[in-house]
Design a protein around this ligand. Structure first.
Ligand code: MSP
Length: 522
């Protein structure tokens, strides 16, 4: 069976990570966990940092490092990313840096192959360049010398450079995208790329910078006077990190079964330049590209260079890691932009996490303690409610359907609906009355709630792993939740019903999500 290979973009290390980066990363992490735990699949999740180029060189100088000391500068920033990923419980399998030797060697090799194949040539480049975006623009794309994307002032370039002949692959690329051999989702992004490719003739890609202007990059192997354009360098990480040069077996087990998760700002690089580099190399283009929207503040994209960023640590310190993960994954549908503001965050926290989920866990476990001395009651076979049982067993399948194309908003709605059902079930059955009137019925109700909670914990694990683990442990489960493998798409899957056996001693803990009152903890 092929592994599922999932990648995040490589983050620029010109400053600390913000909520936008945290979002891309959490989306990847949830997908990787879902695949591992709920689909029982073999997954490889790779992330890392993009460390060369003009933007990083300038940031190093600004931070007081001298020319030639860029590596020292980036070495100081990379741990900030790694620490944040650890805090956010992002469970990657490999972290690649574009300054790693194997990556640099791979980029050199790719350049050599393409050069030998006659795909690279030299000419004078006249056009525009945006340093914060690290992008080239033609005259036709530019109005009044400002960047069409970020609206900042552009540099005018007039210099000799190396170019990669991408224009000859235009038709082949269109075919790949049209028939979903390169699957781009959501549709709006697929259509955006197709319409761009159908309306414009592709311009060959400038892939070098003269050393006299930029030294911080991977030297072009056949011309010591140039370094590689940072995007050409960075995209190659997706193959350099999985053994393209040094571990062909690993490479063949992962490529091209990849899902690249990216923000909409870097669509063209991934849907046009990257597949063409691969086609020119004689390799298969990537299988899929998942394109998310932006987190916006005051109508503008949150971005380091604009200085309007939200620090993830503020939210994790104040409200907890899973509260942030939950908000990011459930506040907008995958592919849409979202406005980030604290009031919305608090409302979602209070409604979904404190009122619905937190209450359900707390009430259920309190009743197990109160009525059964903390021991999960026994029910007779004939008393099993088949409707509740099958609804619980169907949950992972429904979740998987809703989660198609990384739509965590829909997936979490499925979970939330079941939480809502369980809370209503408690109201309807009124166990506090049954405790006085009918012990057999009380046992059934509590048993059903305990099984539902266990199933919910498993379903929530990819999205809010810490909380899921806590619910699991409070239910008295000894095996780590991370070790539970479940195939939602198999008929013969292990049943989600009856996971917590009768007689299990639960161990109720602190409330999972204390309500937040006016922005402060209660
Ligand atoms: N270094 C390139 C990617 C190279 S991949 C071979 C880059 N880096 S970045 O640090 O600027 O952005 C990394 C990711 O963070 C991108 O997917 C980008 O879309 C995402 N985000 C950056 N700001 C964002 C928001 N405000 N909102 C959501 N995601 C955003 O691009």
């Amino acid at each position: 069976m092929n592994k599922f290979y999932i990648t995040s973009p490589l983050y620029y290390v010109n400053a600390s990570p913000h909520i936008g980066h945290a979002y891309t990363q959490i989306v990847c992490d949830a997908a990787a966990r879902f695949e591992k735990q709920l689909e029982g699949g073999d997954t490889f999740f790779m992330t890392g940092t993009d460390e060369h180029g003009e933007k990083i060189e300038q940031a190093a100088l600004k931070a007081g490092y001298k020319a030639g000391e860029e590596k020292k500068f980036v070495d100081g920033i990379v741990p900030r990313f790694k620490e944040l990923w650890k805090t956010l419980k992002v469970n990657y399998d490999y972290f690649i840096r574009t300054t790693d030797t194997i990556h640099k060697k791979t980029v050199e090799k790719v350049l050599q192959i393409l050069n030998e194949k006659g795909k690279i040539y030299k000419k004078v480049y006249k056009g525009w360049f945006c340093t914060p975006c690290e992008n080239f623009f033609s005259n036709a794309e530019v109005n009044e010398g400002v960047c069409p994307d970020c609206k900042r002032k552009l540099e005018r370039l007039n210099e000799e450079n190396y170019f990669f002949k991408i224009s000859e692959y235009q038709k082949e690329l269109i075919d790949h995208i049209k028939d979903d051999r390169i699957f781009i989702t959501p549709d709006i992004r697929k259509n955006e790329v197709l319409s761009f490719l159908e309306k414009n003739e592709l311009q060959d890609l400038c892939i070098s910078r003269p050393k006299k202007r930029l030294r911080w990059g991977i030297e072009i192997p056949f011309d010591k006077n140039f370094v590689t354009y940072v995007w050409f360098d960075a995209l190659i990480n997706y193959i350099s990190g999985i053994g393209y040069l040094n571990d062909r077996k690993k490479f063949d087990s992962l490529w091209p079964h990849v899902g690249h998760v990216i923000g909409k700002d870097i669509l063209r690089h991934h849907a046009i330049y990257w597949p063409i580099i691969l086609l020119a190399l004689g390799e298969k283009p990537p299988k899929s590209i998942f394109v998310h929207g932006w987190w916006v503040i005051g109508g503008e994209k949150m971005s380091k260079s604009k200085g309007n960023v939200v620090d993830p640590a503020y939210f994790t310190d104040k409200y907890g890691v899973d509260a942030l993960r939950y908000f990011l994954l459930s506040a907008v549908g995958f592919g849409y932009d979202g406005t980030f503001y604290e009031k919305l965050f608090i409302d979602k926290y209070n409604n979904d996490l404190a009122n619905d989920l937190g209450n359900l866990v707390n009430r259920t476990l309190t009743m197990v303690e109160k009525y059964f001395a903390g021991v999960v009651p026994d029910v007779e076979e004939k008393d099993i409610d088949n409707e509740i049982k099958s609804n619980t067993e169907d949950l992972p399948g429904k979740l998987a359907d809703a989660y198609a194309n990384m739509n965590s908003l829909s997936a979490l709605k499925v979970v939330l609906e079941r939480i809502g059902w369980a809370n209503k079930y408690i109201e309807e059955k009124a166990p506090w009355k049954l405790a006085k009137e009918d012990e057999r019925k009380l046992k059934i109700v509590i048993y059903n709630l305990v099984q539902t909670l266990a199933a919910l914990a498993i379903c929530l694990y990819p999205f809010i792993p810490d909380t899921a683990g806590k619910i699991w442990a409070q239910l008295g489960m000894k095996e780590k939740i991370a070790n539970i493998k479940f195939k939602s798409n198999q008929r013969s899957r292990p049943s989600l019903w009856g996971i917590v056996t009768s007689g299990t001693q639960i161990s109720k803990g602190q409330p999972l999500f204390p309500r937040i009152v006016s922005g402060k903890d209660e």
